[in-house]
Write a protein that binds this ligand. Sequence first.
Ligand SMILES: Nc1ncnc2c1ncn2[C@@H]1O[C@H](COP(=O)(O)OP(=O)(O)O)[C@@H](O)[C@H]1O
Ligand SMILES: [Mg+2]
Length: 175
Amino acid sequence: MAYFSIEKLFTQWRKAWYNYELKMNSLLKTMECTALIYTTNSEQETEAVGAALAEKLPGGSVVAMYGDLGSGKTAFVRGMARGMGLTCRVSSPTFTIVNEYLGKRDLIHFDMYRLGSADELFDIGWEDYLNRGAVCAVEWSENVPEAFYGDEVRVTFEKLGDHSRRITIEGAPEC
Ligand SMILES: Nc1ncnc2c1ncn2[C@@H]1O[C@H](COP(=O)(O)OP(=O)(O)O)[C@@H](O)[C@H]1O
Ligand SMILES: [Mg+2]
């Protein structure tokens, strides 16, 4: 009888341990996938991170970028274009708001620096762009929180030094 109880206890303990392991594994997976964090030390390295992200992005993805002037957003989009096999010139569409890079895959490049309201978002045809199946990369996403619905890839740029940037990517497909 005593032997039986110990065996039962042991089985229960094993089950508890198994459940604990399952929980820990899924927790670790969530933590691993919360964000991808890179430190780059040149414009070219930032471009390479952009290229690697864009290669895996399905059409229709929205990449919302956050970060100060000169933090590397345009460099990142230049890399994205390269990663998508596009050879066109990429520069911030600060005055035009939108640049379209068209090829085998399409990339639409927005700069929301001058945009002040959700109405202006409507004026530039944001919803139409979303329905085109192109990848949309958005600089100054801070200015248009109403443009995003929670399924966007968020990329945050921080200046660490003259040539050093921290790039944090959340919501990427591999996460
Ligand atoms: N690690 C880096 N990544 C990206 N740009 C860098 C880096 N180090 C220095 N730079 C410089 O910072 C500037 C970034 O400009 P840009 O990509 O236009 O920024 P943003 O679009 O955020 O205003 C460029 O002049 C670039 O040469
Ligand atoms: Mg820019």
